[in-house]
Ligand binder design. Structure first.
Ligand SMILES: Cc1cc2nc3c(=O)[nH]c(=O)nc-3n(C[C@H](O)[C@H](O)[C@H](O)COP(=O)(O)OP(=O)(O)OC[C@H]3O[C@@H](n4cnc5c(N)ncnc54)[C@H](O)[C@@H]3O)c2cc1C
Ligand code: FES
Length: 267
């Protein structure tokens, strides 16, 4: 159940460019599912009342540890990056609805852009645990904004059950400094032509996710997308995180999502 929990920072390290990785000790780690998120109170400025919603890349239920990979984009994330091991605060979680396994048996395609990668890595762990095979496309603006240890984790997860097919982890950069020159959507067509995927999972900038959803739809492949909205409470109480649906209704990103069936979203 979503509630407030304490956390203690174990490590908080600069990874590359504006990206940081925090591991913390918290009882939420024993309950949280891939694709769900936590809403963090960063100490230090009483006027900054909003918590910071963050997905996680790894959760260890036994050790009660959570791994968060985040970009420093404003005041809250900047203060988060200044938290030192041993410092404590609170987080609300587990929040929202996470990824679900493919409804059909077969291989999945993961498509991540920028700091959309952490929840996609958590999704990959879920698939690997269930014996579902996957390939991945990971895009970033430029070569030194890729989070290398998360790419390695994608490559090194156990292979699909009963299949020795090599996993493809394709890297793209907007400026062509590494991998395919272009967006992850540019790499999708080639992979999808060669493999009959049953499910696409995506998280990243809104434009990327919309493009991924359109390609998946054209090829008649189910697609799950993890959306971001500005959030107040993180648990359905303030109605500030609306997502317009094709039905004409509105859903709450924090409670009905952040993971949605891409077919339901009015892109
Ligand atoms: C469910 C969810 C999961 C997320 N997971 C991650 C993650 O794993 N890693 C990560 O780096 N970031 C993640 N984010 C985005 C992160 O919450 C924001 O970057 C952060 O709240 C910005 O806080 P700030 O005080 O530093 O910046 P602010 O000063 O508040 O804002 C700086 C800039 O970031 C934009 N921004 C602020 N909040 C959000 C938000 N909630 N969504 C999108 N843009 C925002 C603002 O419009 C502004 O342009 C997630 C957001 C959501 C909703
Ligand atoms: S953030 Fe308050 S309802 Fe979603």
């Amino acid at each position: 159940m979503t509630s407030e929990h304490p956390f203690e920072v174990l490590t908080n390290a600069h990874v590359t460019k504006d990206i940081w990785c925090m591991t913390c000790h918290t009882p939420v780690a024993a309950q949280i599912e891939p694709g769900q998120f936590v809403n963090i109170a960063v100490p230090g400025d009483a006027s900054h009342i909003l918590r910071i919603p963050l997905s996680f890349s790894a959760a260890d239920a036994q050790r009660q540890t959570l791994e968060l990979v985040y970009a420093v984009v404003g005041e809250g994330t900047s203060r988060l990056s200044a938290m030192r091991p041993g410092e404590v605060s609170t987080m609300v979680g587990p929040c929202g609805r996470g990824w679900w396994l493919p409804k059909k048996s077969g291989r999945a395609l993961l498509v991540a852009g920028g700091v959309g990668l952490p929840p996609v890595v958590a999704c990959a762990r879920m698939l690997a645990r269930s014996g579902v095979g996957f390939d991945a496309i990971v895009g970033s603006q430029t070569s030194d904004r890729h989070v290398e240890f998360l790419l390695d984790e994608l490559r090194n997860m156990p292979p699909e059950q009963g299949c020795d097919c090599a996993r493809k982890v394709v890297v793209t950069t907007d400026d062509g400094t590494r991998g395919i020159h272009g967006f992850p959507t540019d790499a999708m067509a080639g992979l999808m032509a060669d493999h009959p995927y049953v499910q696409v999972y995506t998280c990243g900038p809104l434009g990327l996710m919309g493009g991924v959803a359109r390609i998946a739809r054209k090829r008649n492949v189910a697609c799950q997308t993890s959306l971001e909205r500005m959030m107040g409470c993180g648990f359905g109480a303030c109605s500030c995180c609306n997502v317009e649906l094709v039905s004409g209704e509105y859903a709450l990103c924090c409670k009905d999502g952040p993971v949605f069936d891409a077919e339901e979203v009015a892109w």
